[in-house]
Design a protein around this ligand. Structure first.
Ligand SMILES: Cc1cc2nc3c(=O)[nH]c(=O)nc-3n(C[C@H](O)[C@H](O)[C@H](O)COP(=O)(O)OP(=O)(O)OC[C@H]3O[C@@H](n4cnc5c(N)ncnc54)[C@H](O)[C@@H]3O)c2cc1C
Length: 414
């Protein structure tokens, strides 16, 4: 097999995982990132590996829920009203996908890629090439209201049909599993899920890749492309030209803007979320999603993380303090003995999820350019799907048979 020089644009979980598998196949790999790879979605996320998340974000009821939430400043969802043609196009495609048929058609593909990727995480952990926190304790979906319980029960039915083990626990049973009580009515526990500490993984994977010969070109922004026919000849950055045989777009929420320079139209909106880290002991030892508040709680290595909100307000890192305060309040509402001090709230960080309109990632080649692979739009599942995506991209570049059917993830599907 011919060894290739590959440039990956973007050093988030998708870009680094791609570098990892390309390296294993003996390719010469460079990662270009406009930042230092120390912040953003791949660092602030809740660290869940989520085979449980079989329902895409584009689902029936989401449009009316979204409109309701938009008028509540502390709600977990917000779209900043603005005249932006990319947002309008994204919104129309999103609404078109909010059907029961789309959900039913997508669940199996979403589960398959999640399980595939989780397996790869477990294999990486086995190699012991780096300090790596990954625990397979499942995930609690905790609820207070009958409405949330009912909504989750429907997902549970679908999950069980697809072979996922889900148990129901009463409030008392959940409190026995934790070292701290929860003020809830009950919870569903998905055995399939796992959790990790993203910053630790990102830091150590980057160091490992560098040691193994991957070139990191940091604080360098890709601005345009030089093309000949259907081939990219070079990429233009603010630090000069770079050339390779193949290029990978793993540029997260920035992908739509970047791809315009290639004449490719791909709908990707930024979905901002926040995380608060609490470094004092909490007694929380199981990851949980607080269903009504849409807050994710993860016991990480040395601290507990509370994450949430989905703000479609464009590409920016502005912090909305009311929504951040709502995350901290939810923590205390569900865990009455857990209190997040203002000093932790002040250290909040944000990240931008790359949202595709139908909730499925874009993984594959595009007919407009021969030597390019797209790996973006992972929405709320990018952390889970990083290694799986990296492996699938590597198979495309190496010319190997694909481990999964890529049709549901085809970039030109909508
Ligand atoms: C609060 C929160 C909680 C989450 N929880 C989970 C979870 O529990 N489980 C889960 O699976 N997912 C979760 N997610 C989603 C997940 O974090 C994202 O889907 C994932 O990190 C996206 O990874 P990425 O590599 O595609 O993009 P990113 O991590 O955003 O990386 C893209 C990189 O590309 C670089 N870049 C962009 N444009 C250019 C350019 N022109 N030139 C050079 N570099 C460029 C950027 O600097 C960036 O470093 C969460 C997200 C948030 C915000």
């Amino acid at each position: 097999m011919a060894k290739k020089k590959v440039i990956i644009i973007g050093g988030g979980i998708v870009g680094l995982s791609t570098a990892y598998y390309l390296l294993q196949e003996g390719h010469e790999v460079s990662v270009i990132d406009k930042g230092k790879i120390v912040s953003g979605a791949s660092h602030v996320n809740a660290g869940y590996l989520t085979p449980s998340h079989i329902v895409p974000m584009a689902a029936p009821g989401m449009v009316s829920k979204g409109i309701r939430w938009m008028f509540d400043a502390s709600s977990p969802f917000y779209i900043k009203p603005r005249f932006d043609l990319d947002l309008i196009r994204w919104g129309l495609k999103f609404m078109k996908s909010c059907t029961a048929e789309h959900v039913q058609r997508s669940m199996k593909s979403i589960l398959e890629i999640n399980l595939f990727s989780k397996q790869l995480y477990l294999e990486m952990q086995q190699t012991q090439f780096m300090d790596f926190h990954l625990e397979t304790k499942g995930l609690l979906m905790a609820y207070k209201t009958t409405h949330a319980a009912k909504e989750e029960a429907e997902v549970v039915r679908w999950a069980k049909d697809l072979g996922i083990t889900v148990n129901h626990y009463s409030k008392e049973e959940v409190s026995k599993l934790h070292k701290t009580p929860m003020d809830i009515a009950g919870a569903y526990w998905y055995e399939s899920d796992a959790h990790s500490t993203p910053e630790l993984f990102m830091k150590n994977l980057k160091a490992y890749l560098r040691e193994e010969g991957v070139e990191f070109i940091l604080e360098t922004e890709v601005t345009s492309f030089q093309k000949k026919g259907k081939s990219i000849q070079a990429i233009q950055t603010d630090r000069g030209l770079f050339q390779a045989d193949e290029y990978v777009i793993a540029s997260g929420a920035w992908s739509e803007q970047l791809l315009k320079a290639l004449g490719i139209r791909l709908s990707v909106q930024a979905g901002k979320g926040y995380r608060i880290n609490l470094h004092q002991p909490t007694g929380i030892n199981l990851p949980a999603i607080l269903l009504e508040a849409k807050v994710a709680v993860t016991p990480m290595k040395g601290f507990t993380r509370f994450g949430g909100t989905m703000e479609l307000s464009g590409i920016n890192q502005k912090i909305n303090t009311r929504r951040v305060a709502a995350i901290a309040k939810a923590a205390n509402d569900y865990y009455p003995e857990v209190y997040i001090p203002q000093s932790c709230i002040d250290e909040v960080q944000s990240g931008l999820r790359p949202l595709s309109p139908d909730g499925l990632p874009f993984i594959g080649r595009h007919s407009a350019v021969g030597n390019l692979v797209l790996a973006t739009g992972h929405s709320m599942m990018g952390w889970s799907l990083g290694p799986g995506t990296g492996k699938l991209v590597t198979e495309l570049i190496t010319g190997q048979a694909s481990s999964l059917d890529l049709t549901p993830f085809a970039p030109e599907r909508n």
